[in-house]
Each structure stands twice: as C-alpha cells, then as structure tokens.
Design a protein around this ligand. Structure first.
Ligand code: ZN
Length: 348
C-alpha cells in the first residue's frame, strides 16, 4: 500500500506528494487517473543527477499527450536509473476524467500559478503550494506539456529571452513564442526559478507528438548543464504575442457559413503560423452586425488597437501579423480565446 503524505491546502483542494512513481500508473489512461490518485499529485522520481527536472502534465484535463509521453518515457527507464531526478506534477485529474480542459467550477489550472490574477481561488492556493514545494528542490529546468485544438505545428513558449530558456525550447522546436501574458501560466511562474518552457504538441491523439515529446524529455534529462555558448539567431524562429483575440460573451459564432454574430471562415485554423498581410479576412459579421472582436494587448505596452476593420461587414486584418492558435473549438473559444496575433522579434 502506497502511503501518501498529504499537503493540506484548505478544505477543498490539496495535492499529494509521493516519493516514488508506482509502476501500476504506467498503464492507467488519463481519464482513469482520478480512480488511482486522490488528488493532483507531485511525484519525486530519483535519478543520477540530483537537481530535478520539473515536468507538469494534464494542467488541462483533455490534453493527454504529456501523460502518454511520460508513461512511454518512464517505461523505457523501468530497469535503468534516470539520468536526472524528475519532479512530476499530474494536474487536473478531475477534468481529465470527463475529458475537458477545465471543469466549469474550476479556475483554469494553467492560469492559477503565482502571478495569477485570481490569487485567492482554491486552485491558485494549490499551485502556490506546489510552487513552494518545487522551489525547495532548486529545479534544473521546467517543462509544461500541452496540446492545442487548432491546426498548429509543434512549438515551445518561453517567458524570458535568456539563452538557457531559448536553448531548452529549441530542443523541442525551432518555433518559439515569447509571451508575458496571460498571467498565471506555469512557465511564467517557474521562470523565476529555472529555465522554463511550455511545449505545445499539436492535437491530442498524434503518435508523432508523443514520440517527439519522449525524445525531448530524454534530451533534457541527459543535459548535465546548459551550454556556455549563446543560441544562434539562425537556429530559432522567435515570435512574440502582440494581441489576444476574444469574443464578447454574448456573441454567437459559426464556421460553417450559418448566420451568427461572427461567421468565421471554415479554414480559420489553417492560417496559424503564417504571415498575414493587411486585408486578410477572417470572415464576416452576421446577425445584427453589432459585435466586434475584443482585442487584448498580448504584452505590456502593446497597442491592441487598430488590428481589425469591419467595413461592409468583413472582419478584416489591418496590420501585418502572424496568427497562432486560432481554433474552431467552441469550448476553447469560450473559456480562453479565439487565438493570438504575433510578430517576429529579434533579441537585442
Ligand atoms: Zn493547454
């Protein structure tokens, strides 16, 4: 019988801390984890080098590639010691049970980390305590693993332009997004402790994504230290979030041409990671044509005005931008956003 050391947070939310990883979990699918773990769980798995790599999976319950990759990875190392210790946090098992990103009564597990705009939410208190625990271990690096719903390549996200952060991200993909908002994401919080990256593994169910993530984890775990030489500009495509596109709560939307406040083009997510010229249309306004997109600045000081024009009901981009993470998924649109507008940046 495995003994859990409970870390009491409050009456509602607590995480378990376990100084081993039961092999029985290697065959448990994400949606069944809540029958095996009583709460979000932090596992310490000892490896050759002591300073641990912190890995988080299932902060979004329906993004299961990270969990599948961890299982595959740990299976490989069942009879061999890990090159480096791992701290693994398995997050929103309740949302995973019903295959959703976040339950309707929860704060998003990836908007709840230190610096969150909702620091008093039970989820924020939970993440603060996980963060404190991880901080005590002085982590070597941090990796948060996600999927997304639109048509996107594999890419990494960093919140600092430091060479170690970029090197870490480049081990996964040459496409790297730099952002400072939204607040409360894991990598932004962990950036205060160690090089941190969020990796986006495309859609759920892609075997290549699992394989690629396993290789990435292995590459990072085998790093004895970060290289002394700087990351070369030609080795990465560095882009930065300028604006976050949201829809008014009360507005309706469609992607199939049916009438709605926003009638988006059917292939909207195929615009992801392409450079869009001014004049590109995302679709047209329908209904009473009385709604406009809500554009939030994607970074401090960014000018979120003037991105769109609605002449003759066309939703028309007015500035050059790289669109990313545009999604057709109604849940993602309602609970998060329609997508992001970015531009290419150079380091100083
Ligand atoms: Zn996610």
């Amino acid at each position: 019988m495995v003994q859990f050391a409970n870390e009491p947070i409050n009456q509602k939310l607590q995480f378990n801390y376990l100084e081993q990883f039961p092999t029985s979990l290697l065959d448990i699918e994400a949606h069944n984890l809540s029958s095996h773990l009583k709460a979000p769980t932090l596992f310490y798995i000892k490896g050759h080098q002591q300073q641990p790599l912190f890995i988080t999976v299932l902060l979004h319950g329906n993004e299961i590639t990270g969990w599948q990759a961890i299982q595959k990875f740990l299976r490989k190392y069942q009879d061999t010691p890990l090159p480096r210790s791992i701290l693994l946090f398995v997050g929103n098992i309740d949302a995973a049970k019903v295959n959703v990103r976040t339950l309707s009564n929860q704060l998003d597990y990836n908007r709840a980390w230190p610096q969150t705009e909702n620091p008093h939410a039970p989820e924020a208190i939970l993440m603060q305590s996980v963060y404190e625990k991880v901080k005590n271990f002085v982590p070597f690096a941090s990796i948060d693993i996600h999927n997304n719903t639109g048509n996107n390549p594999f890419y990494g996200c960093v919140n600092e332009l430091d060479d170690n952060f970029l090197y870490l991200a480049s081990l996964f993909s040459r496409t790297i997004i730099f952002f400072k908002r939204p607040k409360g994401v894991q990598s932004l919080a962990l950036s205060k402790l160690c090089p941190a990256v969020t990796i986006e593994c495309g859609r759920v169910g892609n075997e290549t994504a699992i394989e690629k993530t396993v290789h990435f984890l292995e590459a990072v775990l085998k790093l004895s230290s970060f290289p002394k030489h700087p990351v070369r500009d030609q080795d990465i495509d560095l882009i930065q979030t300028q604006a976050i596109i949201k829809l008014p709560k009360e507005a309706s939307f469609s992607f199939d041409g049916s009438d709605a406040d926003f009638c988006f083009r059917q292939d909207l997510d195929h615009l992801n990671f392409s450079s869009l010229a001014p004049g590109t249309s995302l679709g047209k306004l329908g209904g009473a044509q009385n709604h406009h997109l809500i554009i939030h600045p994607g970074k401090d000081g960014a000018n979120a005005n003037g991105y769109f024009d609605y002449k003759e009901g066309q939703i028309c981009l007015m500035k050059p931008a790289i669109s990313a993470m545009l999604t057709l998924d109604p849940n993602a649109i309602r609970s998060d956003c329609l997508g992001y507008l970015m531009n290419r940046i150079k380091r100083d």
